[in-house]
Write a protein that binds this ligand. Structure first.
Ligand code: ACO
Length: 428
C-alpha cells in the first residue's frame, strides 16, 4: 500500500494519501478532507499549498536548483537559444534539427501584427507604462483571432494560437518601446533569429541598417532563458487560474502580465534600478538604506532581495551577476550603480537581519543593470521579463488544460457578521 498520512481530528483518525513527485517532493492530498470532516486547510498566500502536479519546471529553493524539463538553467544558458528553450518548455523535449527548423519557420511566419493594432497607441497618454500597454494589446489579440476564443478547439488550432503569440510578442514589445520614444516602427525581418529580430525592431531605425551586436544577442538570450519559467509563481498561477475558467489564451496571458507587473514580483526589476539610483543620488550611503529596509516602521524593502522559495540563493541571480560584469566590461561601461549594488549585496549578506530571514539577491537584483547597459528604458524592464516568461506561462496554461484541471476556486474562513435582520434606513 502506498504511503499515507494520518490526521487525528475530534478523536477520529482520517487517512490522507501522500503524493510523491519524481524529485521526491511530498504532498498530503487533502482533497477528500472537507467531504469527510467539513474542515478546509488554511494557508494565506498559498505558502505551503501545492495547487497542481506539473512536469515543466523543478526548483529546490534550499539547494538553489532550477531545471526546465530536467535540464539545468546553467547548461541551457550556456548552450541553447531562447527559442530552443521555448520549444523544450512547451513540448517537453529538446528539438532535433528538423523540429527546430520547422518551429523557427512557423514563428517567423507569424511575426507581423495587424496594422489596426497601431491605432490603440493613440489612446494611451504619453508615458503610459509599457506593462499596461502590453496587457491591452495582448487582450486585443483575441479580437483579431476569434478562433482562439474557444480553448476546446482542435490541438492544431491551439498550437496556431501559441505560435502566433510567441511570434508576435517581440513585435509588440518593440512596438511599445518605439511608440514611447515617438519613433517610427521597425517591422520584423524574418530571415533574422528571434532575439536578433527583436533587437533590430527595438533599437534599429527605419532610416538605416542596424548592426546586430553579438554581445547584446548573447546577453538577451541568457536573460530570456533565465526568465522562461518558474513553476507556480504569482503570474503563472494567475495564468492557470484565469485559464481554468476556459478563458482564452490571450486573456489568460494578459492576466499573467498584470500579476507580473507588481513590484513584489516582476515589477521588482524596475524598482531595483530606481532604488539603486536613489541611493546614488543620496550620496551612496548603503548603510542608511539597509537600516531603512530593516526598520519595521518604514515601508521600504530592499528591492531585488528575498524570495518566496529560494532560501539560500537564487541560481538565476548568480548567472546574471556574472553576466552584468561581463557585459559592462565588453561594452566598456563603468556604471556606479553596479558598484552600489555589489556593496549593498555584500553588506546585506553579512547582516543578521537578512541572514536570519534567509534574504538573498533574487533574479531582479542585477538584471536591470544589464538591460540599462543595453539601452532599454527602465519602464521596459518588466516587459522584457514578460517576453522571457511567455513560453512558461503558455506551457503552464497548456498543461493545465491537457491534464483537465478543474476551475480554480479557493475556499475561505468567514470572519464577518452572523446573519442579522435588515433595518430600514430611517431607523438606523
Ligand atoms: N527587504 C527587507 N525585509 C524583507 C525583504 C526585503 N526585500 N523581503 C522580506 N523581508 C522580511 C519581511 O519584512 C519579513 O520580516 P519579519 O519576519 O520580521 O516580519 C520576512 O523578511 C519574511 O518576508 P515575507 O514578506 O513574509 O516573505 P514572502 O516569502 O512572503 O515574500 C518577497 C517574498 C515578496 C519576494 C519579499 O522577499 C519581497 O518583498 N522582496 C522584495 C521585492 C522583490 O525583490 N520581489 C521580486 C521577487 S523575485 C520575482 O518575483 C521574480
Amino acid at each position: 500500500m502506498s504511503e499515507s498520512a494520518k490526521l487525528v481530528l475530534g478523536g477520529e483518525t482520517i487517512e490522507l494519501p501522500i503524493i510523491v513527485g519524481t524529485e521526491n517532493e511530498k504532498a498530503i492530498d487533502i482533497r477528500a478532507l472537507r467531504g469527510q470532516t467539513g474542515f478546509i486547510t488554511y494557508d494565506p498566500g498559498y505558502k505551503n499549498t501545492g495547487a497542481t502536479e506539473s512536469a515543466i519546471t523543478f526548483l529546490d529553493g534550499e539547494k538553489g536548483i532550477l531545471r526546465y524539463r530536467g535540464y539545468s538553467i546553467e547548461e541551457l544558458c550556456e548552450n541553447a537559444s531562447f527559442l530552443e528553450v521555448a520549444y523544450l518548455i512547451l513540448e517537453g523535449e529538446l528539438p532535433n534539427k528538423e523540429q527546430y527548423a520547422a518551429f523557427e519557420k512557423e514563428i517567423t511566419y507569424h511575426t507581423l501584427i495587424h496594422e489596426d493594432v497601431k491605432h490603440v497607441f493613440d489612446a494611451f497618454p504619453n508615458g503610459a507604462h509599457p506593462m499596461g500597454q502590453l496587457q491591452i494589446i495582448l487582450s486585443m489579440m483575441a479580437g483579431f483571432y476569434p478562433d482562439s476564443l474557444n480553448p476546446h478547439r482542435s490541438k492544431e488550432d491551439v498550437k496556431r494560437t501559441i505560435v502566433r503569440l510567441i511570434a508576435k510578442m517581440p513585435t509588440m514589445v518593440a512596438m511599445i518601446q518605439k511608440k514611447n520614444n515617438g519613433h517610427p516602427l521597425v517591422y520584423p525581418k524574418n530571415e533574422l533569429g528571434y532575439v536578433e529580430n527583436f533587437l533590430r525592431m527595438t533599437f534599429g531605425q527605419v532610416t538605416e541598417d542596424y548592426e546586430i551586436d553579438p554581445v547584446f544577442v548573447k546577453a538577451m538570450n541568457k536573460l530570456l532563458i533565465l526568465h522562461a519559467d518558474h513553476e507556480q509563481n504569482c503570474s503563472a498561477s494567475t495564468v492557470r487560474l484565469v485559464g481554468s475558467s476556459n478563458a482564452n489564451l490571450y486573456a489568460s496571458i494578459s492576466a499573467g502580465v498584470a500579476a507580473l507587473w507588481g513590484p513584489l514580483h516582476g515589477g521588482a526589476n524596475q524598482k531595483v534600478l530606481e532604488m539603486l539610483e536613489a541611493i546614488k543620488e543620496d550620496g551612496g550611503d548603503t548603510d542608511k538604506w539597509l537600516a531603512k529596509a530593516k526598520d519595521k516602521n518604514d515601508p521600504f524593502r530592499l528591492m531585488g532581495f528575498g524570495h518566496r522559495v529560494y532560501k539560500n540563493f537564487d541560481p538565476r541571480a548568480l548567472i546574471i551577476k556574472q553576466s552584468a560584469d561581463e557585459i559592462l566590461d565588453k561594452l566598456g561601461i563603468e556604471d556606479p550603480v553596479l558598484e552600489i549594488a555589489k556593496k549593498l549585496e555584500e553588506k546585506a549578506l553579512k547582516d543578521p537581519y537578512f541572514a536570519d530571514r534567509k534574504l538573498f539577491p533574487n533574479v531582479d537584483f542585477y538584471s536591470g543593470i544589464i538591460y540599462r547597459a543595453m539601452g532599454f528604458p527602465v519602464e521596459m524592464f518588466t516587459v522584457l521579463f514578460a517576453l522571457g516568461r511567455l513560453p512558461g506561462w503558455i506551457s503552464q496554461w497548456k498543461e493545465m488544460r491537457e491534464t483537465k484541471q478543474p476551475i480554480g476556486r479557493p475556499r475561505q474562513v468567514y470572519t464577518g457578521k452572523n446573519a442579522r435582520d435588515f433595518v430600514a434606513m430611517n431607523k438606523r
